[in-house]
Design a protein around this ligand. Structure first.
Ligand code: SF4
Length: 324
């Protein structure tokens, strides 16, 4: 499959103190690592999911692809072009090819704009002229199965599912090659969630769009993704083909996440494992394997040594001593 997006060893650090305060505190390392050496590829027409608890670094990584956060190290290649270090003018055409679906379906739509203005706003932002704004807006709504009667509506008049469809229509405005979907089904009823996932799938088949899905909802991952990565404290702890990971999860964290995900089959065996404790702070990372404070399978060695990310199958990697 032709590659659309490739991330190689992307590291993102954030300063926790101002320069002067760090100097006064004699803090030589006033940074946290929000993303540690992330590598992944998304092929054209493929879906890749980033999974993990809040604070795992999923959104920060996605923001780096949009050029909203600059990685400290690594390389991001989009459509064959290294996009790191580009100035705003050079990055602008790339931004047209990457659209974002934000988490809150209603809250992410400007309350003062009509649906017609919302879905055609990207043309204004990117200085793209269109001859007939109403006709273009109507075509975009058709793509997401909404009738033209919605063009004059305002966000407060829409249900969550309708608002999500408007968000998808807006994302499609400039014919993007990649859509980053942040929790695409959050806040929606279960039946509407299915409709939105089916819509994304249909658009992918018809338009060849790639998706990067950010979610903690594993049923979304299972039904949409070709590949996935599980993140913990900014690190990929397991990454590989979605079917392979769901059928045979190899990292203890992945196993815990999968067993704690709601099981649709009431007759399926109940093997729920509850994760102990809170996710540690990025300021005070555990030594050794950073998951050892919560890992149900931790060994003595895990408290002192850090496992490297190792390949265990085709495109399948994990970082855990259990696989050595
Ligand atoms: Fe658990 Fe040890 Fe594997 Fe880390 S290296 S995930 S603590 S078993």
């Amino acid at each position: 499959m032709t590659q659309l997006l490739e991330l190689e060893n992307v590291k993102i650090r954030f300063r926790t103190k101002g320069f002067v305060k760090a100097l006064l505190d004699r803090d030589h390392d006033p940074f946290i690592e929000a993303v540690c050496s992330a590598s992944m590829t998304i092929g054209k027409g493929e879906t890749f999911s980033l999974v993990g608890e809040s604070g795992a670094g999923k959104t920060t990584l996605a923001r780096s692809i949009l050029g909203l956060v600059t990685p400290d190290e690594g390389r991001i290649t989009f459509n064959g072009k290294n996009v790191l270090g580009l100035n705003d003018a050079s990055f602008k055409p790339i931004k047209r090819d990457i659209a974002m679906m934000f988490q809150d379906p209603v809250g992410c739509l400007s309350p003062r704009l009509s649906v017609q203005s919302i879905v055609t706003e990207p043309f204004n932002i990117h200085g793209v002229s269109i001859q007939d704004t109403r006709q273009k807006a109507k075509e975009l709504l058709e793509l997401v199965n909404l009738p033209a009667t919605f063009l004059k509506s305002y966000p407060y008049q829409l249900s969550g599912g309708q608002a999500r469809r408007v968000g998808v229509a807006r994302a499609l405005a400039l014919n993007p090659k990649l859509i980053i979907a942040d929790e695409p089904t959050a806040g929606l009823d279960v039946s509407v969630q299915g409709e939105i996932l089916n819509l994304m799938y249909r658009l992918q088949q018809e338009l060849g769009i790639s998706f990067l899905v950010i979610t903690h909802n594993l049923s979304v991952v299972r039904h949409t993704s070709d590949h996935m990565a599980i993140m913990y404290l900014g690190r990929f702890v397991e990454t590989g083909p979605t079917d392979e990971i769901f059928d045979n999860p190899r990292h203890p964290y992945t196993r815990v996440l999968l067993t704690s995900s709601p099981e649709p089959d009431p007759d399926a065996p109940k093997t729920r494992t509850v994760l102990k404790g809170e996710i540690p702070s990025l300021i005070n990372r555990p030594k050794g394997c950073e998951f050892h404070t919560r890992c149900p399978e931790a060994m003595d060695r895990c408290r002192s040594d850090a496992p490297a990310l190792r390949q265990i199958g085709e495109n399948h990697y994990i970082s855990c001593f259990l696989e050595e």
